[in-house]
Design a protein. Structure first.
Length: 537
C-alpha cells in the first residue's frame, strides 16, 4: 500500500484511510487516469423519447444515464465565472474545488435565454385508461398472469425552448405525487392521476431537494429572470399537501464572489441549506427565517449534506494547500462540535449517507478514490474494499450536488451499491458492512437485467429491476442480511414495458405499494411526451 501525501506537520495517514488496496482505482466505480466520472461525454446529446400514437418501440434502457449538455451561451458564462471565482476566492493557491467537464443538475441542458415555454403544459387529466394524449389505449395490453397493473400514465404536450425543459422534481406526500415541469409544480392523485393543483413560478425552476418536512413541505429555487445571465437565487416554500405556495425570498450573497449558478438544497427537519461553490445559507422551512450562513474566515463551508435530523458540512480551508475539512453542524445554529481535515489534495466528491456518515473521496493529483465511513465523532471508522466497477448514478451539476447519487443507499450498518450494468449482462447489488468495510453479499439481477437499490427500511432493501422493451420492471425486497429477493410488484409486459423502459434518465420511487417513474427532461417540441407512470396491484 502507498501512503497519501500529508499536509505539513501532520502525522502519517492511517493505513487504508486514503486509498483502496491494489492498483489505481480502476474497477471501483471510478474512471482511471483522472477522468471525471460525473462529466458529460462529448458528442451529440441524446433527446428524451416521446410517446408515439400507438406503440413505443425500443430506444432506451430506462437507466439514469447522461443527458444533454449545456446550451453554448450559458456554458461559456459558467466556465469563465468558475475560473474567476476559483482564482479570486482561493487566492491563487492552485487548489480547484470542482472537477472539469460540463456539469448540470441531473444531467440536463441549460435553456437559452431567448427560448421560453409558451405557458404551462397541457396535461391529460384522465384516469390513465384513455388515449393519454397519444398514449396507447390499453396500457395493460399484453399483461401476463401474475403481473400487476399500470394504474395510470400522465403525458404532457409542451412547446418550449430548443434545449427542452427540465422536469427533475418528484415528491410523494400522502395521496399526492407532485411533479415539476419548467415553471410549474403540479400535484396529482396517486391513485388515479387526477390533477389536484398547480403552483406557478415567475421563472424556471433551477434547484430543489427530494426531501420534505414531516408535514409535507419542501423548498425549490427559481431564476431571477429569463436571460442567460439570470441567477438561480430565488427560493420558495411549497406545501405539497395543501398544494399552495408559501414564503418566497431572494438568497443574498454572503461574499463578493458568491456565485448562484447551479445551487443545490439540503433539507433536514425544519432546516434547508442553499449550497453554492464557496458559501451556504440556511433557512427555516416553516417561516423562511434565515438561521445561519457560512463564516467569512477559517475553513468555510460551501456545501452541506442533510439527513436524519443532522447536517454535515464540506468546508474549504484558507491555508496554503487549500485543504478540505468535514464538519458537523447544528441544524439551527450551524455550530460545529467536531472537524476532520483531509490530507492535502483530497476532496469530498459525494456524501452517500449522513447518518451514518459515508463519504466518497477523491484525489485528482494521485488519481485515487476511496469510500470512507466516519463515526459519530467525525473520525474515520473504516474504508470500504471490494472488487467491482460500481455505478452510483450521480447527478452532474456545476456545484456538485453532494447527495445526488440515485442508486447509493445506506442504512445503519450497510451501504448498498450497484455494479455497472454492461450491455447484455446482468449486474449486481453489493452490500458493504460499514463496520468492517468488506462486502457482505451480492444479489445478481439475473437474465441479463439491471437491478438498482431504491431505499432501505424496516430491515429490508427495496430494489428496482429495470424494464426491458419486452419485459416489465419489478420492485423487489431483499433482506438486509442477504438472501433471495421477493417480488413486491411485477410490472406488466407488452406495451407498458416498452413505455417503462424508455423513460429518460428517470426519477423512481416506491411508496405505499405503488411504484412511480417519471422523466427528468422533456424535449418540449409541442408533441405528446410521457411524464409520469404509476404501477400497483
Amino acid at each position: 500500500m502507498t501512503e497519501l501525501p500529508q499536509p505539513p506537520n501532520q502525522p502519517p495517514t492511517p493505513s487504508g484511510y486514503g486509498h483502496l488496496p491494489g492498483p489505481p482505482q480502476q474497477g471501483y466505480g471510478f474512471a482511471p487516469q483522472g477522468e471525471n466520472p460525473y462529466a458529460q461525454q462529448p458528442g451529440c446529446p441524446p433527446q428524451p423519447p416521446t410517446v408515439p400514437q400507438h406503440q413505443v418501440g425500443p430506444g432506451g434502457t430506462g437507466s439514469g444515464g447522461p443527458g444533454p449538455g449545456k446550451a453554448p451561451g450559458r456554458k461559456l458564462i459558467l466556465v469563465v465565472a468558475a475560473s474567476v471565482a476559483a482564482v479570486l476566492v482561493l487566492g491563487g493557491v492552485g487548489y480547484v474545488a470542482f472537477s472539469g467537464g460540463d456539469k448540470d443538475p441531473e444531467p440536463v441542458a441549460q435553456e437559452p435565454a431567448d427560448a421560453k415555454p409558451s405557458g404551462s403544459p397541457s396535461v391529460d387529466k384522465g384516469d390513465g385508461n384513455g388515449d393519454g394524449g397519444g398514449a396507447p389505449t390499453d396500457l395493460n395490453a399484453g399483461r401476463k398472469q401474475g403481473e400487476d397493473k399500470v394504474l395510470w400514465l400522465k403525458t404532457v404536450k409542451v412547446d418550449g425552448p430548443g434545449a427542452g425543459l427540465a422536469s427533475k422534481g418528484q415528491w410523494v406526500v400522502g395521496d399526492t405525487v407532485a411533479k415539476s415541469v419548467g415553471k410549474t409544480v403540479t400535484g396529482y392523485a396517486v391513485a388515479d392521476g387526477k390533477e389536484k393543483w398547480t403552483v406557478n413560478f415567475p421563472a424556471e425552476i433551477c434547484g430543489m431537494t427530494d426531501r420534505t418536512t414531516d408535514d409535507g413541505k419542501t423548498v425549490v429555487m427559481y431564476r431571477n429572470g429569463e436571460t442567460d445571465t439570470s441567477d438561480c437565487n430565488q427560493i420558495r416554500m411549497i406545501d405539497l399537501k395543501a398544494g399552495k405556495e408559501g414564503w418566497s425570498k431572494e438568497v443574498t450573497k454572503e461574499s463578493a464572489f458568491d456565485i448562484f449558478l447551479d445551487p443545490d438544497l439540503a433539507l433536514t427537519g425544519d432546516t434547508v441549506t442553499v449550497n453554492r461553490l464557496t458559501r451556504a445559507t440556511a433557512f427555516r422551512v416553516s417561516t423562511g427565517d434565515k438561521l445561519f450562513a457560512s463564516p467569512a474566515e477559517g475553513c468555510v463551508p460551501g456545501r452541506y449534506a442533510a439527513g436524519g435530523g443532522k447536517l454535515i458540512a464540506v468546508a474549504t480551508c484558507y491555508d496554503a494547500d487549500g485543504t478540505v475539512e468535514i464538519q458537523d453542524a447544528d441544524p439551527v445554529t450551524g455550530k460545529k462540535t467536531w472537524t476532520n481535515r483531509l490530507p492535502k489534495g483530497w476532496k469530498v466528491n459525494r456524501v452517500y449517507s449522513v447518518d451514518p456518515i459515508v463519504l466518497d473521496l477523491g484525489n485528482e493529483t494521485t488519481k485515487e478514490h476511496s469510500i470512507v465511513v466516519l463515526g459519530p465523532d467525525g473520525q474515520k471508522r473504516t474504508t470500504l474494499t471490494a472488487e467491482g466497477n460500481f455505478s452510483p448514478e450521480c447527478s452532474v451539476s456545476y456545484d456538485d450536488d453532494l447527495q445526488g447519487c440515485a442508486t447509493a443507499v445506506a442504512d445503519a450498518g450497510t451501504l448498498y451499491l450497484p455494479t455497472k450494468a454492461d450491455l447484455g449482462k446482468a449486474n449486481e447489488i453489493v452490500a458493504f458492512d460499514l463496520a468492517t468495510g468488506k462486502a457482505k453479499w451480492r444479489v445478481p439481477a439475473g437474465e441479463a437485467r439491471t437491478i438498482v437499490p431504491l431505499k432501505a427500511a424496516n430491515g429490508q432493501l427495496i430494489a428496482y429491476r429495470r424494464a426491458e422493451t419486452d419485459q416489465g420492471g419489478e420492485v423487489l425486497s431483499i433482506p438486509a442480511a442477504g438472501g433471495t429477493p421477493t417480488a413486491l410488484l411485477r410490472h406488466p409486459s407488452g406495451v407498458s414495458a416498452q413505455i417503462e423502459s424508455t423513460f429518460y434518465s428517470p426519477k423512481v420511487d416506491y411508496v405505499d405499494g405503488r411504484f412511480l417513474i417519471s422523466t427528468t427532461r422533456l424535449t418540449a417540441q409541442d408533441k405528446d411526451e410521457k411524464l409520469l407512470m404509476v404501477f400497483g396491484k
